[in-house]
Design a binder for this molecule. Structure first.
Ligand code: ADP
Ligand code: ZN
Ligand code: ZN
Length: 741
């Protein structure tokens, strides 16, 4: 007897391994690429995703697939290609990448839920309800079904037990149909007449941008478009108009923002502008169920516009027409743990693969994007003014070397705050440090609170009376006396947002002081509540960290005070200048967005610092081109490419030895191919040399060319997977690193 022929498939699983696994299926079972399976692995069962079918395995005695979970692929061909590319580009295991792209519920192996409902067919949709005048119940039911699909439960609730017989009548007349589809699917909403839009008249600049964008969108091979519009220039309005023709031809739109806090405002404006379309948000604040529903809605085409954070780039879309990336310069687009991808770059790649346009917007574009414009790879559009009466804010540097300070706020700043509040306006104070003070110490003996696990200072948080390590999160209650000398006179140094809040409260007891940072907004809905309070327009003082810098539109805000830029001026990270310029201009951009002129006061003890002077006198466009020239000289990105090999271990020796061994072998590998222009820097301890009891080291690999970097990292990876990992060594490859911490 001939042995039964089996078919063999290759799958990826969610494990940090750089290989794929082969399994065999029953003869009749042919799972498609992109479907999930249950497969045996060791003594357990895991969820797997099919990546290849009909293969010839080099292994005999393959195990059998236990169950096929999906009839239709969850990951279609084009998405599979994109994720494959990401796995190769970022040197991250394919299985991890594929599972990362699925909503949590599906990662866990849950079946895609089915929806059963009744809806109208074409005939039922166009039939005038008057025709059913003589059957009022049928008329009522058809009226309901015309508005969208209706499940059994709703029919039960609306019509009671008799709904089946009413429906049967409609079915006989061939007006309705029954459907069973994947959850998330909904029939298109038939709106009677969309409510009238609140139309703003575009400025000439906006008008020109929109018409250019429409033209660019139609190109056969669309190039990315960079919309460089100063803060408050009305970029959002341009986005809205730009995508109208895309939606008109029944294509979908994907909007990416760097931070969850920006979503409510955008969601509102998109919903208001497109009442006839379904708009949904996708971010980490949703429950697993909500995420799945939105994900399926996008996949089936029921949702037309998705607004989401970084990971929304993996959302499957039935017919994606354009991707928008707001605040494209923002470093939050880079994932900082696990799969270290850059959301913006993935979006550009996806748009390129799908041959659709991508629109990037920012008031302070990234140097990468500006360099792409310089090389004519991106189109460039500029919005240089604010619409209406709103003018660019005035920016001044305030030398604090001779001024009295209280909680880091100068006496002059204090009186400016008073004036703006007296004029019935709002004020914002920016300080990128949460907590009460970064140092808690004993003046008697010099002891200061530091984290045992990180060997770094802990931040004093007065409201919870704790010291907290901002690196590993460890917390301790503050004891009344010094642990070293028992002195009961512990003091703090420096300031965080809590202290600024306290001091401003005592100076302005009549005014609400609203602190917005990670601590004050951790509860669900807390941020929205605080923002609402600001939007009411009464005079308030806002205190915030970088959470506040992005996107927000507060028309009554006229004064922005920036407390501390000095640290960033002396950073050794070559990206620090770019980041500081962006941050200062973004914060500044919150001022004077309404009718009153805005003023921005930048406190510093370095008033002559060339970057500050350049920023104020020349503006961002010029400064960014200057920084680019410098980067070119040093072959820093975007003129060269970098990867960081990060290692952490239980001991200093283990980490250092591991990287030294890697360096040695890598050097000899590099001798065997043309490695001119490749630089290996390290191993060195990371700037944050110890975190959560792990010692951290890094090796920076730089190259003048991306292709060459890629080959080098391929060789690096081949070595890394072979090395034994003693001493608790863990490594990760960070392609295009955004920071070196
Ligand atoms: P950006 O995203 O560039 O910072 P926004 O799109 O938030 O700016 O616009 C800033 C403010 O200007 C918003 O309140 C917006 O409603 C308003 N605005 C935008 N375009 C116009 C226009 N053409 N006429 C009047 N107001 C406008
Ligand atoms: Zn002491
Ligand atoms: Zn710590």
């Amino acid at each position: 007897m001939v042995a039964e022929l089996k078919n063999v498939i290759r799958v990826a699983i969610q494990r940090p391994i750089y290989k794929l696994l082969d399994y065999q299926c029953e003869n009749k079972v042919h799972p498609k690429i992109g479907c999930r399976l249950r497969v045996p692995l060791g003594n357990s069962m895991v969820t797997a995703i099919v990546v290849e079918t009909d293969i010839e395995s080099e292994f005999k005695n393959l195990k059998d697939v236990i169950e096929v979970l999906d009839e239709a692929p969850l990951i279609d061909d084009s998405m599979m290609r994109l994720l494959n590319w990401a796995s190769i580009y970022y040197f991250y295991p394919l299985g991890e990448v594929l599972f990362h792209a699925l909503p949590t519920a599906l990662r866990k192996g849950k079946k895609v839920p089915k929806l059963r409902f009744w809806c109208t067919n074409r005939l039922g949709q166009v039939l005038e309800l008057d025709n059913l005048k003589r059957a009022p119940k049928q008329q009522l039911m058809l009226g309901l079904l015309k508005k969208g699909e209706v499940g059994e439960q709703q029919l039960d609730d609306t019509f009671g037990k008799t709904w089946r017989s009413i429906l049967k009548q409609l079915d006989k007349k061939e007006l309705v149909e029954f459907r069973e589809v994947d959850a998330g699917f909904t029939t298109p909403k038939y709106q009677e007449k969309p409510p009238v839009k609140k139309q703003v008249t575009l400025t000439e600049e906006q008008e020109q941008s929109v018409s250019s964008i429409h033209k660019y969108f139609k190109e056969e091979k669309p190039k990315p478009i960079l919309l460089h519009g100063i803060t408050g220039s009305g970029k959002t309005e341009v986005y809205l108009r730009s995508i109208e023709p895309v939606l008109d031809v029944e294509k979908q739109v994907l909007v990416l923002v760097p931070e969850i806090g920006l979503i409510p405002q955008l969601l509102y404006r998109f919903k208001e502008h497109f009442p006839e379309y379904s708009v949904a948000a996708l971010h980490s604040g949703l429950t697993d169920g909500e995420r799945l529903r939105v994900w399926m809605g996008a996949k089936t085409g029921a949702i037309h516009i998705i607004i989401g954070t970084r990971s929304a780039i993996f959302t499957p879309m039935k017919s994606l027409g354009v991707i928008l990336i707001d605040e494209e310069h923002d470093a939050s687009f880079k994932q900082q743990e696990g799969f270290l991808y850059q959301g913006r770059d993935m979006a550009i790649k996806r748009a390129h693969d799908f041959n659709i346009p991508v629109l990037l917007g920012s008031a302070t574009p990234s140097l990468e994007s500006l360099q792409n414009v310089n090389q004519k790879r991106y189109y460039y559009l500029r919005l240089a003014s604010r619409p209406g009466v709103s003018k660019r804010p005035e920016m001044v540097v305030q030398d604090i070397r001779t001024l009295p300070l209280e909680a880091g706020i100068s006496s002059l700043m204090m009186s400016e705050i008073r004036t703006h509040l007296q004029n019935d306006n709002q004020v914002m104070i920016f300080l990128n440090r949460r907590g009460f003070a970064p140092v808690l110490m004993c003046p008697a003996c010099g002891w200061h609170a530091s984290c045992n696990h990180c060997e770094m200072g802990m931040t004093y948080h007065a409201l919870v009376h704790k010291v907290i390590c901002h690196h590993c999160g460890v917390e301790e209650f503050v004891k009344p006396t010094c642990p070293d000398c028992n002195s009961d006179k512990l003091t703090t140094q420096g300031q965080g947002t809590e202290r600024v809040e306290q001091v401003l409260n005592t100076h302005f007891p009549e005014t609400s002081v609203i602190r917005i940072d990670r601590d004050s907004t951790s509860k669900k809905g807390a941020l929205e509540k605080k923002l609402q309070q600001v939007h009411k327009g009464d005079p308030v003082i806002l205190i915030g960290t970088q959470m506040l810098t992005k996107g927000h539109d507060f028309p009554k805000l006229t004064l922005v005070g920036i407390l501390d830029v000095d640290q960033a001026l002396f950073s050794t990270d070559y990206r620090a200048q770019e980041r500081l310029a962006q941050q200062v201009l973004q914060v500044a951009g919150r001022a004077g967005r309404g009718e009153q002129k805005g003023r921005v006061v930048l406190q510093t003890s370095q008033p002559e610092h060339p970057l500050l002077i350049a920023l104020l006198s020349k503006g961002y466009s010029k400064v960014s081109q200057d920084i680019l020239k410098e980067r070119k000289l040093w072959h820093y990105p975007p003129f060269g490419a970098q990867a960081l090999i990060r290692v952490s271990a239980d001991s200093e020796n283990a980490g250092m030895n591991f990287l030294n061994k890697l360096l040695l072998q890598l050097r000899s590998e590099l001798d065997n191919f043309d490695s001119e222009g490749i630089d290996l820097l390290g191993p060195i301890p990371s700037p944050l040399a110890k975190r959560a009891n792990r010692y951290r080291f890094q090796l920076l690999v730089s190259s003048h060319q991306r292709g060459q970097l890629h080959v080098t990292i391929e060789k690096t990876l081949a070595l890394l997977v072979k090395f034994r990992r003693t001493g608790g060594v863990r490594w990760v490859i960070d392609i295009d690193p955004m920071d070196f911490l």
